[in-house]
Design a protein around this ligand. Structure first.
Ligand SMILES: [Fe+2]
Length: 169
């Protein structure tokens, strides 16, 4: 249960709160991706996670830039959704008993995170526009496009991996 209320009584406060929550998302993903790379068997999948990690760091830096300008500081607010997604990924990795099946599971985990991010960033981008923060909206849009590309790349890789996983065991 929550001990303190963030007392969000206007759109600007909600906007800042959700930017800080997204910063937590990017930080949690930055921590999880090296483990996901380690657990991947496919070289192309490892590379996809590697470039996703690089992008994630840049996306966190974008949020810090926006927050520093807006609020004078950039501290995260823990994202519980991302924590749950990361925890579910760890379970899938533990349960997968075949390399290709594990890779298929990791792809689905990555895509789940990307779609969550696309949805969350979509909302804050709209709020940025409403609040007249056009430069923020442009930066946030850049991140949304990167998430979309990462998602498409994983779909491409999954075409091959899923076939291999189907033949497993
Ligand atoms: Fe991201």
């Amino acid at each position: 249960m929550k001990m303190f209320s963030a007392n969000l009584d206007n759109l600007r406060k909600l906007y800042i709160n959700q930017l800080r929550t997204l910063l937590s998302t990017e930080q949690q993903i930055t921590e999880a991706l090296p483990k996901m790379m380690e657990n991947s068997s496919d070289v192309q999948l490892k590379q996809a996670f590697q470039s996703y990690l690089q992008e994630t760091r840049e996306q966190a830096a974008r949020l810090e830039q926006i927050l520093n300008e807006l609020a004078g500081e950039a501290s995260p607010v823990k994202c519980k959704v991302t924590a749950a997604l990361v925890s579910a990924t760890e379970d899938m990795v533990k349960d997968a008993a075949d390399d290709d099946v594990r890779d298929a599971a990791l792809i689905s985990a990555g895509q789940r995170v990307e779609h969550y991010e696309i949805a969350s960033y979509g909302a804050v981008r709209q709020w940025a526009q409403t609040l007249g923060r056009t430069a923020d909206a442009d930066l946030l849009d850049k991140t949304i496009k990167e998430e979309g590309h990462a998602d498409h790349l994983l779909t491409q890789i999954s075409n091959r991996i899923n076939e291999q996983a189907q033949k497993a065991a």
